[in-house]
Design a binder for this molecule. Structure first.
Ligand code: FMN
Length: 142
């Protein structure tokens, strides 16, 4: 008899979302962003994390979603990364519903105006909603 080995109800890992704003470190060059994007795409896929990274030449805004433990662990590593500074958490919390932004491991978008300044004023789920509105207007890939 193996019936007792199966946990019921099944434990479904909580889906989590997090969004922050930061600025490129004074001592870092914008050319480091290409390397961040390249390795983040591979790592996020392996971790089951979906992400959007917006860069305007000086500031970043990044949205992360996935299993809570994976998102929080990654956010801790990103926060400690010396290629950026002034890490400001805009929102974190449980994500209900389907993945936002198609669940892509990393959508990279360039922003040419002051939209990130306005996003930086938002807090809570409103920050995610503003990013969702902004994204279709940006130069992004994929
Ligand atoms: C703005 C910014 C965004 C980043 N986004 C990610 C990401 O989405 N996924 C990722 O694995 N690393 C990302 N990184 C890199 C991480 O900070 C870190 O270097 C990487 O996860 C490797 O961590 P480790 O050196 O502790 O192994 C980002 C770094 C910066 C500066």
């Amino acid at each position: 008899m193996v019936a007792h080995l199966i946990e019921w109800p099944p434990v479904v890992p909580e889906r989590y979302q997090l969004i922050y704003l930061s600025r490129l470190a004074t001592e870092a060059s914008p050319s480091c962003v290409a390397e961040i994007v390249r390795s983040a795409r591979q790592r996020n896929q392996a971790l089951g994390i979906g992400s959007v990274l917006v860069f305007n030449g000086g500031h970043f805004c990044q949205y992360l979603e996935g299993e809570a433990a994976a998102v929080l662990d990654l956010a801790g590593r990103i926060r400690a990364d010396r290629r950026h500074a002034d890490f400001t958490l805009l929102h974190q919390g449980v994500l209900s519903g389907p993945p936002l932004f198609g669940g892509c491991s990393l959508v990279y978008a360039l922003c040419y105006d002051d939209s990130l300044d306005r996003l930086g004023q938002a807090r809570g789920p409103q920050a995610v909603a503003l990013l969702a509105d902004l994204l279709p207007t940006l130069d992004r890939e994929p």
